[in-house]
Design a protein around this ligand. Structure first.
Ligand SMILES: NC(=O)C1=CN([C@@H]2O[C@H](COP(=O)(O)OP(=O)(O)OC[C@H]3O[C@@H](n4cnc5c(N)ncnc54)[C@H](O)[C@@H]3O)[C@@H](O)[C@H]2O)C=CC1
Ligand SMILES: CC(C)=CCC[C@@H](C)[C@H]1CC[C@H]2C3=C(CC[C@]12C)[C@@]1(C)CCC(=O)C[C@@H]1CC3
Length: 345
């Protein structure tokens, strides 16, 4: 009689493991003795002990071959928020996540840890110390956020103790750190084009920026604490640095650390938001003729000019989470990791 091999609890797969967060997660998992399979549409690096499976997460057969004997799946794949492609977000984040769940069930995976986003509750207005029980945004600020909401709901609803399939969602916010292709490069690009002279609003808005290693730590704690009798099943957890910071102080510190000037002049928030909306409408109308990618999207202006910071008290209580790297140390490490983006480099 054929015996089914019980998956080792240290055998995991990282969907989106070639990405910024995914790669940091893979490296940490390897350090902790996990056997890791990466599933991604691209291979961005090589690492001893890590097997790469190239494929689209919408393809169940491709997923199934990567999930053989895997007990834990981390799903941190998504199109980049800036891609602004409605059908791509729907296909990957919603339909693709359905496929991931189906493949996990068929492959006998026991735990699925989703990288969601704290933005699932953000509607463009202030959130101060937001807890996980805030309602999902009724009017999500962009397609990316709308599909992250649907994705999180799908994953949490799939949690089934009867089927032996447990799920949890991690909601990070403002991830930054070495190799991030978004935050620091966008900031430096804006500075080099002379666009970082202005502070939107009075500059007092507090925001969470979370160091990538802290986000990774939250994911691994969630996977290791997720059990049938634990409070984690079907829950979402904010993972932050637990040190909200003024958005413009953070930006200034990174800019000055890299040799650029900090923004000083203030512009009224309502004016800049209104202009970004107008610009967005114009790009929408012109889309059949020309593709324009504005720096000042309404989402970005809202992120730059409002309070949005979250409580991670639930993660502290249920996961024993404490951010291992302080914000100051995280900024120093990040600035040092981008020598090629320094002023004059
Ligand atoms: N970067 C941030 O500040 C935040 C990110 N998140 C979430 O964290 C996760 C990871 O984000 P990042 O590492 O920043 O993004 P990233 O763009 O660096 O990585 C995403 C990875 O997913 C892969 N991928 C995309 N479509 C795929 C598909 N159809 N099949 C297989 N792989 C596919 C990409 O090739 C890439 O390697 C995402 O789910 C994102 O929504 C949440 C909150 C904040
Ligand atoms: C906390 C959080 C969710 C951060 C997300 C990261 C990005 C959305 C930001 C990283 C660089 C930021 C940035 C701007 C908006 C928000 C970011 C893209 C501006 C476009 C805001 C308007 C400006 O004056 C220029 C800024 C460049 C950097």
């Amino acid at each position: 009689m054929a015996t089914r091999v019980r998956p080792s609890s240290k055998r995991c797969a990282v969907i989106g493991g070639s990405g910024f967060l995914g790669r940091h997660l893979v490296e940490r998992l390897v350090d902790r003795g996990y056997t890791v399979s990466v599933f991604d549409i691209r291979q961005a690096y090589e690492l001893p002990g890590v097997t790469f499976h190239l494929g689209d997460l919408c393809d169940k057969q491709a997923l199934l071959s990567a999930l053989k004997e895997v007990s834990v799946v981390f799903h941190c794949a998504s199109p980049a928020p800036g891609s602004d492609d409605r059908s791509l977000f729907q296909r990957v984040n919603v339909d693709g996540t359905r496929t991931v769940i189906q493949a996990c069930l068929e492959a006998g995976v026991q735990k699925l840890v989703l990288t969601s986003s704290a933005s699932v509750v953000f509607e463009g207005t202030d959130i101060k110390n937001g807890k996980e029980d805030l309602p999902y945004a009724k009017k999500p600020i962009d397609y990316y956020t709308a599909t992250k909401i649907q994705q999180e709901k799908l994953v949490l609803e799939a949690c089934s103790k009867e089927k032996g399939f447990l799920t949890v969602a991690i909601r990070p916010h403002g991830i930054f750190g070495p190799r991030d292709p978004q935050l620091v490069p966008i900031l430096v690009d804006s500075a080099r084009r002379g666009k970082m002279k202005f502070i939107i609003g009075d500059g007092s808005n507090l925001v969470d920026f979370t160091y990538v290693e802290n986000v990774v730590h939250g994911h691994i704690l969630a996977a290791e604490h997720l059990k049938a009798d634990s409070p984690l099943c079907a829950q979402a957890y904010h993972i932050t640095n637990d040190e909200p910071v003024r958005f413009w102080d953070f930006m200034s510190q990174v800019l000055v650390g890299l040799g650029y000037s900090a923004p000083r002049l203030h512009l009224p928030y309502a004016l800049v938001y209104g202009l970004s909306l107008l610009l967005w409408l114009i790009t929408l109308v012109l889309r059949p003729l020309v593709q324009i990618k504005p720096t000042f999207t309404p989402m970005r202006v809202a992120l730059a000019g409002t309070h949005h910071y979250y409580s991670c008290a639930r993660a502290k209580q249920d996961l024993g989470y404490r951010p291992p790297v302080s914000l100051q140390e995280a900024i120093t490490r990040t600035v040092e990791s981008y020598p090629h983006l320094r002023q004059g480099a």
